[in-house]
Design a protein around this ligand. Structure first.
Ligand SMILES: Nc1ncnc2c1ncn2[C@@H]1O[C@H](COP(=O)(O)OP(=O)(O)O)[C@@H](O)[C@H]1O
Ligand SMILES: [Mg+2]
Length: 359
């Protein structure tokens, strides 16, 4: 009998739990820091996770937790005074950390693509949409003109741009914010990459456009077998599209697991706190529950748990010892005193929308 474990090809989104297949992207103990005059900012502090073909994984956390730096690190987009200080990023088995800039350029855009919060980070204001898409397509080898044009029209249609043929002649300033982001997504899709890193791509858009683009990206990656790392501070978008979630705090993954399970019964008090901050979980008109306090400075991390100062469950041990990663198989957490299901009832329950199964 053929099972998922019999087919190591990580590009095929075959049946069976993702955990049984080879990951397409494997990140181990990734460390990225920024050297400052008197201190070192540890923005990404030993992050490990896997992405499988056809899978969407959410990376969530408050602002400043290191989500974007993680995303940029995967693509080798860290510039001085930042550097990747350690760890490994393997794309289909190939190590990307330490690759030359030429080697990285060959991977970036073709096998591993990024969608930024601001589409103008991708788009050149002085080129027509068609011209920049053609450039992006030709960056990895010659494609005959007619074929290039057909591919550009095809991806523009896929991302819901009507009249794509004519739109190739337009300039970015002639598009709305939502349309510009669709073009940036189309460019990310051009080469059918194995992995897409999307860094808050809908955060700057109207809520209704956000929902449309979210649904479209979800369908596109599912249909193409692309793995998607969906970075967001917004648990609701993660709940809508991610099968698994990684919760990041002060440069570390503090909790991870199947989205539904994690949001329904968080183990880490930080995750529970984030859920309490969801707009849907509070009564209309009531202020959001905020996690009290602020994250520790990343250039002077405490010896113990980084969350201890803000945690109602913290005891002396939490301030002394950094909690190791603990796992029960599908789920993992870094907490000396994790919440259990009975405790979880004590935290504000996430709304129905927040725990909806990933479609
Ligand atoms: N260019 C930089 N120089 C110094 N520190 C930086 C730089 N970029 C990011 N950082 C540090 O990394 C932390 C994490 O940033 P970031 O990944 O952008 O957070 P997030 O995307 O989760 O909001 C920031 O709080 C900041 O301390
Ligand atoms: Mg960010």
């Amino acid at each position: 009998m053929s099972t998922a474990t019999d087919t190591p090809s990580s590009r095929a989104p075959g049946p069976g739990p993702a955990a049984q297949r080879e990951p397409v992207l494997s990140v181990r103990d990734l460390r990225t820091c920024f050297e400052q005059r008197h201190a070192t900012v540890q923005a990404v502090n030993g992050v490990s996770f896997d992405l499988h073909a056809g899978e969407t994984v959410g990376l969530v956390g408050e602002s400043g937790s290191g989500k974007s730096v993680t995303g940029y690190s995967l693509l080798g987009l860290i510039d001085a005074p930042g550097r990747i200080a350690g760890g490994s990023v393997r794309l289909d088995g190939e190590e990307l950390v330490g690759l030359s800039s030429q080697g990285l350029r060959a991977v970036r855009g073709r096998r591993l693509a990024m969608i930024f919060q601001d589409p103008m980070a991708t788009l050149n204001p002085v080129l027509t949409i068609g011209a920049q898409m053609a450039l992006a397509l030709q960056a990895h080898g010659y494609v005959p003109r007619a074929q290039a044009r057909a591919r550009c029209v095809e991806v523009l249609r896929q991302v819901g741009i009507p009249d794509a043929d004519r739109r190739l002649e337009a300039w970015p300033h002639q598009f709305s914010g939502g349309m510009r982001q669709r073009v940036a997504i189309a460019i990310a899709l051009l080469h059918k990459p194995q992995v897409i890193v999307a860094d808050e791509p809908t955060t700057a858009l109207d809520v209704s456009i956000q929902a449309q683009i979210l649904t479209e990206i979800h369908q596109l990656v599912r249909d193409s077998g692309t793995a998607l790392l969906w970075i967001s501070h917004d648990l609701a978008t993660v709940a809508a599209i991610a099968q698994r979630v990684l919760v990041m705090y002060a440069g570390r993954i503090v909790e991870e697991g199947p989205t539904r399970a994690v949001l329904k019964a968080p183990r880490h008090p930080y995750t529970a706190g984030l859920l309490g901050s969801l707009p849907q979980s509070s009564t209309p008109g009531q202020p959001l529950t905020q996690i009290p306090g602020a994250p520790p400075p990343l250039d002077a991390l405490p010896a113990g748990c980084s969350f201890a100062d803000r945690c109602a469950r913290a005891e002396a041990r939490c301030r002394e010892q950094a909690p190791p990663r603990q796992s029960d198989g599908e789920r993992a957490w870094r907490c000396h005193f994790p919440l259990h299901h009975a405790d979880a009832a004590a935290v504000p329950p996430p709304s129905r929308a927040a725990v909806a199964p990933a479609p």
